[in-house]
Design a protein around this ligand. Sequence first.
Ligand code: DX5
Ligand code: ZN
Length: 225
Amino acid sequence: MNYLLSPSLLSADFTQLGRDIELCKKNGVKYLHVDVMDGVFVPNISIGIPVVKSIRKITPLVLDVHLMITEPERYIEAFSEAGSDIINIHYEACSDCAAALKKIRALGKKSAVTIKPKTDYNSILPLMELADMALVMSVEPGFGGQSFIESTLKNIEGLAEYRQKSGLGYDIEVDGGVYIDNVRRPLDAGANIIVAGSAVFGSADPAETIREFNAVLGEYEKRGN
Ligand code: DX5
Ligand code: ZN
């Protein structure tokens, strides 16, 4: 199992995206988390297709695109063409999640299904054979800088248990309120991809923070749990 950090660009400096992405790459980051919001599924608007396209041009890093949009089915092709590598759709937002996940895979991309904090992990178990990753929200989607909701650990635990039982090899990503001092909570529950926005770009020394996260992740990878 790979243990990876996926810094969320939502907290980066949008006038200096190239610089912030380069800093990530220089410090061993492999994934970049890109938050797309439509102001309908979540009460905020962030960035969209043209920005993903621009990011794609300047970096070989894996673009982990989190679609917080209503009926994401409508935009799967567009985000795929823009250069996304992983396309995360919300369970609560699509009318036919299975079809959406199949479509993502048919386009040669990694598929991921995302659940909000109050959604029970059991609702997505039937979808997991179509998904390369489950994204567990540990804050209400829409904004960076919120506090980690402890009750979401049970979603991670349930998905980790099912991963073992089913023999499926999906990743489990956690998103929201994760910092160096609480990152072991989701890791111990079974997550292996860590999204961190404020923790990285809001820190006094983002490069050092990335190295600290990678040290913890390396520990878990070595342990193989
Ligand atoms: C929230 C986004 C997150 C956000 C996390 O809706 O999905 O990816 O950037 O930010 P932090 O790490 O600041 O909680
Ligand atoms: Zn996100």
